[in-house]
Design a protein around this ligand. Structure first.
Ligand code: PGA
Length: 255
């Protein structure tokens, strides 16, 4: 972490806790906030729980993110949800380009770029996800793949330095219990930051680059201690408020 960037700890609930149980989890997350004043906390419930969770979190130090959106404001797009609708529901962040969306729902570098552009224009800051698959890592293509993914949205985040966050999530580490070690994570984070600096130094200085992929209470400190790791995007462990809180406290301890 770096003193100039506030650590961001975000919980991606995926397709879990979409009803009353989600509201309870949000309330439990609100209780974490006073213990970690130097950390920005974000939770990303499913669409169905966003408004209710945002209601519980309002003014209490926990921001609410959606996990996806459709990059048009309104119209005949059955089943989709727009950035203005998410803002109406109380969201102040949106996750864009998660690997599960790329893998199962046909998202491409181009659609991730478009969503990043529209999210920023809509004043709904995106957490844009990148990361290589196991096959790509094993064939030595990690940095090439991540640079290509970042290039697809770099121009858009350069227009508003520090508004978007980037999450580096190696696909092979998501939900598998395998994490990139701190040195492996730092190598990619440093490469992303260098790519941002090439475009505009201010973007490199201000953009928070989160690590994601099996982050737990017991490995958080090592990962968050890396110079270019500014926070975490947490799946499984964010479904348990005690684990999520312990990760946030690890970040607080490093500030
Ligand atoms: P995980 O998920 O922490 O369960 O590996 C991370 C993510 O997909 O954002």
């Amino acid at each position: 972490m770096h003193a100039s960037r506030k650590p961001l700890i975000a919980g991606n609930w995926k397709m879990h806790y979409g009803g009353p149980a989600g509201v309870e989890l949000a309330i439990a997350c609100v209780r974490i906030a006073p213990k970690v004043p130097k950390v920005e906390l974000v939770i990303a419930p499913p669409f169905t729980a966003l408004a209710a969770c945002a209601h519980e979190c309002e003014g209490k130090g926990v921001a609410v993110a959606a996990q996806n959106f459709y990059p048009k404001d309104q119209g005949a797009f059955t089943g989709e949800v727009s950035a203005p609708m998410l803002k109406d529901a109380g969201c102040t962040w949106v996750i864009v380009g998660h690997s599960e969306r790329r893998q199962y729902f046909g998202e491409t570098d181009a659609s991730v770029g478009e969503k990043t552009k529209v999210a920023i224009a809509s004043k709904l800051p995106p957490i844009v996800c990148v990361g290589e698959t196991l096959a790509e890592r094993e064939s030595g293509k990690t940095l090439e793949v991540v640079r290509r993914q970042v290039a697809a949205f770099l121009d858009f985040i350069a227009e508003a330095p520090g508004v978007a966050a980037i999450a580096y999530e190696p696909v092979w580490a998501i939900g598998t219990g395998k994490t990139a070690g701190p040195a492996e994570a730092e190598e990619v984070h440093a490469a992303i930051r260098a790519q941002l600096a090439d475009r505009l130094p201010e973007v490199a200085e201000k953009t928070r680059i989160l690590y994601g992929g099996s982050v737990k209470a017991d490995n958080a400190k090592g990962l968050l201690g890396c110079a270019n790791v500014d926070g975490a995007l947490i799946g499984g462990a964010s479904l348990d408020a005690a684990s999520f809180g312990a990760i946030a406290e690890a970040a607080q301890g490093l500030t």
